[in-house]
Structures are given as structure tokens and as C-alpha cells.
Unconditional design. Sequence first.
Lengths: 388, 260
Amino acid sequence: MDFSSDPELESIAREAENLASAFDDDYWSEHDEKKQFPWDFYRAFAEQGWMGIAIPEKYGGAGLGVLHAGTLLHTVAGSAGAMNAASTLHLSIFGMGPVIHHGSEALKEKVLPPTARGDLHTSFGVTEDDAGTDTSRIRTAARRDGDRWIVNGKKVWNTKAQQCQKILLLARTTPRDECARRFDGLTLFLADLDPDHVEIREIPKMGRNAVNSNEVFLRDLPVSNEDVVGEVGRGFYHLLDGINPERIMVAAEAVGIGLRAIDKAVAYAKERIVFDRPIGQNQAVAHPLGDSYSELQAADLLWKHAAWTYDRGLPAGGLTNMAKLRCADAGFRACDRALQTFGGFGYAREFHVERYWREARLMRLAPISQEMALNFVTEHVLGLPRSY
Amino acid sequence: MKVLVCLKQVPHSDARLDIRDDGAWIKDDGVKFEINSYDTYALEQALRVKDAGEAEVVVVSIGPDRVTQALRTALGMGADRAVHVNDPEAEGSDPLGVAKILAAVAAEESPDLILTGFMSEDGNFAAVPPMVARLQGIPSATAVVQCEISDSSVRVERELEGGAMEVVDLEMPCLIALQTGANQVRYASLKGIMQAKKKPVDAKTVADLGLAGQVGASAVKVVIEKIYRPDKGEGAEMLEGSTGEVVSQLVGKIKELGLL
Ligand SMILES: Cc1cc2nc3c(=O)[nH]c(=O)nc-3n(C[C@H](O)[C@H](O)[C@H](O)COP(=O)(O)OP(=O)(O)OC[C@H]3O[C@@H](n4cnc5c(N)ncnc54)[C@H](O)[C@@H]3O)c2cc1C
């Protein structure tokens, strides 16, 4: 086991932190309150080539893996922008995984270079209201029409759809009851968010409001055959090359935001004097911070292990779900304890920890809920019978 | 053209600093470091020379292993090569010791232009740049806010007292020490970071530079006695009222203290 520092990962973290630190807490709380997409921040990262971190060099990226991309997003989530900042970049970084691994050469040449440059934005369209976590039951369907497809249906929670030109869309192409396995018969499309056939409605939500999430209605949306990603009917399996990296990156982000919250809380606990002593002198204040800090350090190793495993092409599903589970819990608990450390001021916008708290809460729900991550672990790692 | 940029790594502006037990400097273990911000303007200026035409940009820094981070950042931003004077014998040097080391590196590199920051944010002496120029026998200008660099000379605008400015022409080789805000400093790009891995960093010792026994803590002429935080004075009193009232109250106070 080698715990010596890796100069390349260190450089990524240092330079990303340098760049992210140009955007302070006030910038982010303003964008969060006004629900404004942080274009200056996005462009700053795009200009320095960060959007291409995980895109192969052949298509204008840096060709690095999930460990490197996770390090970038961990750092960004640890900046003042927390999840708002990470989500601004996150989709462009993991979303193209299925295209990279399964897309045709022509499709890769068309979409990967502009994604790496930061010009092409793609939303991730999997979740539907009626299906929920049971992705096999999605109702959005595509039917063949000559050399194109016509898609009808509705997606929900599509993050950043308002800024996106395209959507990576999972749709049924063979009815579920005609398929041998429930995940067969789904196809992945890289469709245009054509305003003539697509309506986007924002979902008002608890936090991370600089980046919108939306309902997306698809009405007779045409998609050319060239924009099918991989094989018709195998879309769900192709999607795994986006889903696992996303879970690992979210895990990395959760640790980042947790560490930032602890850092703020520790500084406050040293300075805030009540009963003639810094509040951090009380073990009731200090111990939760020490506990969360060590929990975050443990969680940090787990997402890195998952990323390292995924990058080597080894089976990483178990580690990925365990990392998501532990990091999301550790990150949220850290934010909650930080908020408690600030006392009443923790509830005030001015100190920003309430913003981190609202954003960290999301990590326990998406992109996969803690319960479903546990279902994966109990079924696929521990070999217990499936409960549903 | 060859440009040598001198960089110092200093504690990060956000770092919480504690004073060392001997009182002579801050504790630097566990502290986050960054490139002295004045020096980043010097680096940016050098990179602009490179962007505009043929130039080799060499960065030099003195300090322990952690200084590699600063050099990697500079290489990631676009510098071509780095020299790292990494030697415990250099530790504790006073400004003259630092200047001797940098001048020795400059003598080996023979740059057309040496760019530095006006001063370091931790030491605040602003003494090293003119000393390097003096040791090298080349002209220098400090507190520079703007420079126009041509093939063999530099025209600089420098700050004087009271908001006045001065324009100076220097023949190359020369040294320019930049004021903060002289330009907009770029960030390292991801591509730059990846390329930086392959760029050479030359490690040098004090002996390699022919300076054994001449620099470091044993050779200092300026000794830092102690650093301390001044005691907080007792609560300041705010005078209120119109300007006239405030002035007469102030005069009254000064008289009361027997200062008038
Ligand atoms: C801010 C935000 C952004 C999002 N962005 C995107 C996006 O860009 N693209 C996209 O496709 N999706 C996105 N999502 C959707 C997200 O992935 C889903 O919300 C998540 O997967 C949970 O699905 P659901 O909301 O339908 O919950 P449901 O499936 O309805 O589940 C509800 C609750 O029941 C539990 N539950 C359900 N079944 C079981 C079971 N068998 N055993 C135990 N517990 C169970 C769940 O864990 C959960 O707690 C986003 C969500 C949010 C909140």
C-alpha cells in the first residue's frame, strides 16, 4: 500500500483550489439565492481545460481517470461554492462516460471535443416520476421512424437542463414485458434539447439553487440514428459507465464539503468566547468535530479506493456504493455538526454553513439514495437475498 | 531572450499563523504555502514576453522540499524550466544571503532579464531585488507597475511617493521588481499541469553555487530578534459630532494628555 503523495494529484488539487478560491462565499450565496447559473465560475474552469479532464486526449481532453476527476471535484466541493460549484462542472465530467466507452467513432468526434472545450453542455436524463429508483420501469419511449427515432415521455430532476444543448436520454425501445431481462430493451440517446419538442420546467428545491434541476417534457422529439449511444436495447448497461463514476465523484464531493464545514467550525470554535472560554474548549463542541474529521478521513480513503479500482477496469460496483454511502453520511454529519457549532449563527445565511448543510443533505438522496446503495451492498457484496 | 523569475514561497494569506517557541519566526509545519503574490506578477510578466515571441522562462526558488509545489505551479502556468536551491545550509539566510544565492544562479543562467516581486509578503524587507542587481552589476528598477519590453531594453513605469509616477529606461541585462496589481495573473491550465510533469527541475546546493559558508544562518548580518503581535490597546474612543466639534474635542484630548 502506497500512501506517499502523488505529485500529479497534488497539482490538480492545488491548481483547482487556486482557481476556485477566486469565487468566495458571497459570490455563491448570491448565485444560490438568485438562482443564477454561475457562468463566470464555469468559464474560468472551462478556459483552463478542466472540463476535458476525463475525456481521452484524442478528443481534446486530458485522458485522466475517475481518481483525478474525483480529486478535482473533491477540491471544488471543498471551496466556497460547495455543491453548487461541483454540480456546475460535474455533469460535463462524468456524463460522457457512456459515449466514451460505447459511442460510435463519429459520435465521439462530434461531441467529445466541444465537451472538453466546455462549449457543449449535456444533461443526464434517467430519472422519471413514476419509475423512481426502479429504472426498468421508465415510460419514456422511442419508436423507430425510418433512419431516426421519435421520443415521447417525461424526465424529472434533469440538472442544468436550462443551460444544456443536449440530453443523454434513456428510453424504452422494447416493451418491458417483451424482454428477457427487465433492463433489456432500453436504449441510450444523445438527443438535442430541441425547444420545438421539449419543454423544461424548473423544480423549486431546498438548496444547490445556483444549478437548476428540472422536469423535461419530450413531445415527438426526433433523434437521428447516429445519436444512439452504443447498441439499441443495451442502454442501461452502457449507462453504468456513467453511473458508477458519478457515484464515486459525488462521494468525493461529499467529503470535500464536509471538510470545508469542519474547517469553518474549528475556526469559529477557537474564536467564539462564551462563559469566558472558547466554545471549542468544551468537549461537547470539540469531540463531534474530531469525530467528523476522522470519519471524513476514513470516507476519503474509500472513494479513492473505489476510483482506483474503477480506473483499472476492475469490478467496482460494491466499493462505489459503499463509498457513496459512507461519504454522503460523513459529509452531511460534518455539515450538521458545523452548524451546531455555530449555534444560532449557524442558522443565519451570513455564515454560509446552512448553505453547506442544505447542499450536503442532497448527497444522501442523489444520485442514488442511501437505502438503494445499501440494497446494492447487501445483495451484491454480502450475497443476501434481494428484498424487492 | 532568456528571462529568470525569482519566486518565494510564503505562508498562504488565509493561513492561521502561530509564533515559534524561540520567538524568532512563525511555526511553519502544517501551514499552507503559496507563491508570494508580488512574484506572481513577475512570473506573469515573463510569460507575456514568452507569449509575444521567442523566450525561455526559467524560475528559481530557494527553500525546502515544499517549494517544489511553487515551482510546479509556475511550470504549469508556462515556465520552461526550474532551478530549486534546496539546501539546509541556505536556511535562515538574511536578505544579503538570499541575494547572493539568486545572483549566483543568475550568473550561471546569464538571463537578459531578471524579474522579481517588489518584496515578499512574509519578510517585507524589499531588499533582495536591488542586492541581486548590485551583485550582478546590472541596472534595476523597483516598484514597477508597468513595463514595455523590447529586444535589448525595458521601459518601466514605477511608483513614487505621494502618487507620483516615474518612467525609466533600462538597458538589458537588467532586473525589474514588480509591484502588486501590475497585471492580471493567469492560472495554470490542466494541459499546463500535465506538461509540467515533464519539465526539468534542477536541484542545486549552496556548494554547487560556490557559496559554501557565505550564506545561511551562520552568515547573517541582519538578525531577527523576535516577532510578536503588539498588545491590543485599550478601547479606542470614537469622537462624534460635526467636523468642527470633533476637531475641538480632539484638541481638548491632546491638551489633556499634555501633548500640546
Ligand atoms: C437535486 C437533484 C438533482 C438530480 N439530478 C438528476 C439528474 O440530473 N438526472 C437524473 O436522471 N436524475 C437526477 N436526480 C434524481 C435522483 O437520482 C433520484 O431522485 C434518486 O435516484 C431517487 O429516486 P426517487 O426520487 O424517484 O426516489 P424513489 O425511488 O421514489 O424512492 C423514495 C424513497 O424510498 C426509498 N426506496 C425505494 N425503493 C426502495 C427499496 N426497494 N428498498 C429500500 N428503500 C427504497 C428510497 O431510498 C427513497 O428514500 C436528481 C435528484 C435531485 C434531488
